[in-house]
Design a protein. Structure first.
Length: 352
């Protein structure tokens, strides 16, 4: 019995010795590894700083340059590295390839933020790009995208934005009274959009009331009453172009994306004026929501649609934290309303 007890004590002692030896060796190995890692880190930090790239571009022509000699330079290089990462810009062949994909594939590509916004829009439009006039302008950064900005389109109801601008300008100059009344004339009658043509009797309305009807309901009769008051639509366009120093024919209801962009930019620039502030606000209250504001918050989109036969448009100011102007004119574009809405959504998501 005593022998068994002694054997058990000896076994425990041997086990304890082995355990302590193993523990001691583990500590030594850990100390060695820490020392080794410390030396290696110093070597990397002090001897190979030149391997930190000063700039990097993910475009087709990639270039990386190396040089440095101090920790201060390292900080500068890391900052530069982060600041100069760019989105991929496609070559003509690559753009042609993406443009040839199916609609669903091009729609997916439209939201791939690894690529430049302009390339994504161009690829999304594909072979129909010649049927579109587009201007995107960031009012904070001046970033601009233009596609066929000088291509002429039938303006349709987007004309009503410039009409409002001119009336508010004349009011600011004291040349007209927005509370003055205009009486309906049978020559003003026009169906299509609006509410006045549904009335059995159309009387007199203030200029302010008619201006609001022309935007909220895109009312054609209200628009015609306003145009007649100033001498006709051609006169309205000419006065508007003179005001904005635009050289463009005023004879017909024709427009370009760049011309409409200048109209909207003028309105935004004068937003501190009570009348232009009202115009921006009333543009957010339009009853039409199937284009620019279909997939983004409606309350921040001050816009005006236009439709005439195969001409489908929407133009507006998006009153985001970083506001921007977006003008899209189209002709004979398949499913135009949806494509305008998707482009608007992609731009909004890129900006946010």
């Amino acid at each position: 019995m005593k022998l068994n007890i002694m054997n058990r004590k000896n076994n425990k002692l041997n086990f304890l010795k082995k355990y302590l030896l193993s523990y001691f060796l583990t500590i030594l190995i850990a100390i060695f590894l820490i020392w080794k890692f410390h030396n290696n880190w110093n070597s990397i930090y002090f001897n190979t700083l030149e391997e930190i790239p000063t700039s990097i571009s993910t475009s087709n022509s990639r270039s990386v340059s190396y040089f440095t000699s101090s920790s201060e330079e390292l900080i500068n290089k890391i900052t530069t590295y982060k600041a100069t990462i760019k989105t991929v810009e496609l070559s003509e062949d690559e753009l042609s390839y993406f443009s040839s994909l199916s609609y669903e594939e091009r729609l997916s590509f439209l939201f791939n933020t690894s690529y430049s916004l302009s390339d994504r829009i161009a690829a999304f439009l594909g072979s129909e790009i010649e049927n579109v006039g587009l201007v995107y302008y960031d009012l904070s950064s001046d970033e601009t995208i233009k596609i066929n900005e000088d291509l002429e389109f039938t303006g349709a109801s987007t004309y009503k934005v410039g009409l409002n601008l001119l009336f508010y300008y004349l009011a600011s100059q004291g040349e007209i009274d927005l509370n003055a009344y205009i009486s309906y004339n049978s020559s003003d009658y026009e169906e299509g959009t609006g509410i006045l043509y549904t009335y059995s009797s159309i009387g007199s309305y203030t200029i302010q009331e008619l201006l609001d009807l022309s935007i909220v309901y895109s009312d054609n009769i209200a628009t015609n009453m306003l145009g007649r008051y100033l001498g006709g639509h051609a006169v309205v366009r000419q006065k508007l172009y003179d005001l904005l120093d635009i050289d463009f024919s005023a004879k017909g209801n024709y427009i370009t994306a760049d011309l409409e962009f200048k109209i909207l930019k003028y309105i935004y620039k004068h937003k501190s004026d009570i009348n232009f502030s009202h115009l921006i606000d009333i543009l957010t209250k339009t009853e039409f929501h199937d284009r620019l504001d279909k997939y983004i918050p409606q309350e921040i989109v001050a816009h005006k649609v236009g439709s005439y036969d195969s001409y489908i448009h929407d133009v507006g100011i998006i009153l985001d934290d970083s506001p921007y102007i977006l003008v899209i004119y189209t002709y004979d574009l398949e499913n135009a309303e949806e494509k305008i809405a998707q482009i608007s959504k992609a731009i909004y998501e890129t900006a946010n």
